[in-house]
Design a binder for this molecule. Structure first.
Ligand SMILES: [Zn+2]
Length: 311
């Protein structure tokens, strides 16, 4: 593996780490804040743990040095590696929203339902989330603070909508906002923003409220888990909201026509594909990569689930 492309310095002692999720490059980013109390924002999958450990070693962070591991939410692409990383860095506190905390301590139920959704591909995509000792987990509620050392803080802000246990994280020094999946997926190759609306938690109004909360925090830069930094903060957050509305409208029409999931997906794709350079220009490799991460079927199913709940 070419280590020079794994770590990208972003300024402000922040480093983007390509976790090489399921062997793909540029699909899932972890971030290391190399402050006095180093903090890893999302380890990525269990399968990525060796990549992340190697990156931390290259950045000079040894087993005793990591102070915090924080996850924006407990989906396996973000948090699947928490148990492995916690084991390798025994001094690190694990920070997570209170609605996700018990799943990191006892992942059995989470893994069972993930297995139902992904089947055998669970192992190649994510691997197995290992439990973390409950004593090392700190649950945050509506807001929370992570001490980065030297007066620098990372503030968590509950931001449900994509998932009920989702938080955004604001760096007091740089103004970076780690948006997780709450603002959807940013595709750096094409500068597209696509929605991320999986079942069972997705809720439009809740998600839009979280995006307004993000805007009101006045961040300087957005750091997407999928994928990378974006400095056009307001435009991008507006685009995220618009994407949600467009997809919910499309799925709502499909539902009014009583379409089954396959036909609903086909209709939504037909209505939305032209919005994205990704699907307009159709680099097949890139399309396939993002279908793995953020498939239309999962998004449509999540919106359908939400509409049925409200009906
Ligand atoms: Zn994700």
């Amino acid at each position: 593996m070419d280590s020079t492309t794994t770590i990208t310095p972003l300024g402000g002692d922040v480093y983007e780490i390509d976790t090489r999720m399921a062997g793909y490059t540029g699909i899932m980013a972890a971030y290391l804040i190399l402050s006095d109390r180093p903090c890893l924002v999302e380890p990525g999958t269990a399968g990525s743990a060796p990549v992340v450990r190697r990156a931390l070693a290259e950045l000079g962070v040894g087993p005793a040095d990591l102070a915090t591991v924080v996850v924006t939410h407990i989906h396996l692409d973000h948090a699947g590696g928490v148990g492995d990383i916690a084991e390798s860095y025994p001094g690190a506190e694990v920070v997570v929203h209170e609605k996700g905390a018990r799943h990191l301590a006892s992942p059995e139920r989470l893994m069972r339902s993930a297995r139902m959704v992904y089947g055998d591909s669970l192992d190649t995509l994510f691997g197995e989330l290992k439990p973390t000792e409950a004593a090392r987990i700190r649950a945050v509620e509506d807001t929370g603070v992570i001490d980065l050392g030297g007066g620098r803080r990372l503030e968590s802000h509950h931001s449900p909508g994509h998932a009920k246990h989702h938080v955004g994280l604001l760096d007091s020094r740089t103004g970076d906002l780690y948006v997780g999946d709450a603002a959807g997926v940013y595709i750096p190759e094409t500068a597209d923003v696509r929605p991320a609306t999986p079942p069972p938690d997705f809720d439009l109004e809740t998600a839009l409220r979280s995006l307004r909360k993000f805007r009101d925090l006045g961040p300087q830069r957005l750091l997407f888990a999928h994928y990378g930094p974006v400095t056009a903060v307001d435009d991008t957050l507006e685009r995220s909201a618009e994407e949600l509305r467009v997809w919910v409208d499309a799925v709502s029409d499909a539902r009014d026509q009583d379409l089954d999931l396959d036909h609903a997906v086909a209709m939504v794709k037909e209505r939305t594909d032209a919005r994205y350079a990704l699907t307009r220009d159709g680099d097949p490799e890139l399309v396939a990569k993002y279908e793995v991460l953020n498939g239309a079927e999962g998004n449509v199913a999540g919106i359908m689930h939400a509409l049925n709940r409200h009906a």
